[in-house]
Design a binder for this molecule. Structure first.
Ligand SMILES: [Zn+2]
Length: 380
């Protein structure tokens, strides 16, 4: 049986070793390194599927936890699956629900069987297990499913993390057994282990022995300093198979996308671009721009003078500032569009730099222009 999801390595950047590749899925292929816009509730907030295609999104992410609780995975299955339900015919990745259980719910109890917790809105009792996470994701019909793992808080002790890694490996095995549609959905394993090299090694070894079609690096971007994330990637990605995609979960700031690519990561996702857009914060080629600020009241230039997106071609900072201040939903649509486009375009520039063996130079230029090199720079 050919796996539902496969990876093709095109070339490596001679300066950094970053990978240019293609991930093939039942709903089309996308080039990597890639950023995946997040559509938590089966919608990338305020964006239509047509707009996502305009910005060349080949894959989006959706959240199992939220869709399970509302509207319920049975309804989505009845609709013909998540692609049909939300009118998106390209690839979809769903998480396992684990991260939300561990981050949203404070009343939780972890057992070998799974996790007992309370609904983050109505307080009702719920239970999520490897088998349940597979049942929900099989019903949603995502192209890439994620194994159910434990997401320990940061920082956690070595002792706690070791027990957690071992449980996550046992859960991964149960996920594989429970996965009922391996011919049309690819299941990725998640390497955990916090900042401990021996545990990352143990986790990678356990999961690779189960032969998943792709691997995620989990448990990062949970509050640790950026240097720690980069150090963990430095010793973790080399443990992963060359012929399978690697996904760094929950990362979407421009510097982390570039630094992750340099460390051999192929896929990223984050709510950051749309979340900051909703309060009027933009990513631009010259750094962070807070369009609410008074100094933009009479600024009739586009959000980013170097951006050719629909928003920057048609609207001014002054107009968008007005919309955001007046709490008009069109303002949020425009800022969300620009921020997503900015990251999609950044990843295209990263891929182009890999093609031309100059990602190291690109990083230096980008960091300088974006302001990452300034001391105490406020940045995303
Ligand atoms: Zn723009």
């Amino acid at each position: 049986m050919t796996p539902a999801v496969t990876y093709e390595l095109i070339k490596k950047d001679k300066q950094t070793g970053a990978r240019l590749g293609i991930v093939h899925t039942p709903h089309g292929s996308f080039e990597t390194p890639a950023f995946m816009p997040v559509g938590t509730q089966a919608t990338v907030k305020t964006m239509s599927p047509e707009e996502l295609k305009e910005m060349k999104a080949g894959i989006i992410l959706s959240n199992t936890y939220h869709l399970w609780l509302r509207p319920g995975h049975e309804i989505i299955k009845e609709a013909g699956g998540l692609h049909k339900f939300m009118n998106w015919d390209r690839a979809i990745l769903t998480d396992s629900g684990g991260f939300q259980v561990f981050s949203l719910s404070d009343m939780r109890k972890i057992e070998e069987e799974g996790v007992h917790f309370r609904h983050h809105l109505d307080g009702s009792k719920l239970f999520l297990s490897p088998e349940k996470a597979m049942e929900i994701q099989n019903a949603l019909g995502s192209d890439i499913m994620m194994a159910f793992d434990e997401c320990p808080p940061y920082p956690a002790s070595h002792e706690y993390m070791k027990a957690s890694v071992e449980r996550t490996s046992r859960w991964a095995e149960r996920c594989l057994e429970a996965h009922s549609r391996p011919e049309d959905q690819g299941l990725f394993g998640i390497v955990q282990g916090g900042e401990f090299e021996d545990l990352r090694r143990q986790s990678a070894r356990d999961l690779i022995s189960l032969d998943f079609p792709g691997y995620a690096v989990g448990g990062l971007s949970v509050g640790e300093p950026k240097e720690v994330m980069n150090q963990v990637l430095d010793f973790t990605t080399p443990l992963l198979p060359e012929n399978k995609p690697r996904y760094l979960m929950g990362v979407g700031s421009p510097d982390a996308l570039i630094d992750g690519s340099i460390r051999g990561i192929d896929m990223f996702d984050c709510v950051l671009p749309t979340r900051i857009a909703r309060n009027g914060t933009l990513m631009t080629s010259e750094g962070r721009l807070v369009v609410r600020n008074a100094k933009f009241a009479r600024d009739f230039r586009p959000l980013d003078e170097n951006c050719d997106c629909y928003v920057c071609r048609n609207y001014s900072r002054a107009y968008i500032r007005h919309l955001i201040k007046a709490e008009e939903s069109f303002g949020i649509r425009l800022t969300s569009y620009h921020n997503l486009y900015f990251l999609m375009d950044l990843m295209e520039q990263v891929r182009q730099a890999i093609r031309e063996d100059r990602l190291g130079d690109f990083r230096e230029e980008f960091f300088e222009k974006y302001g990452y090199n300034k001391p105490n720079a406020k940045n995303f």
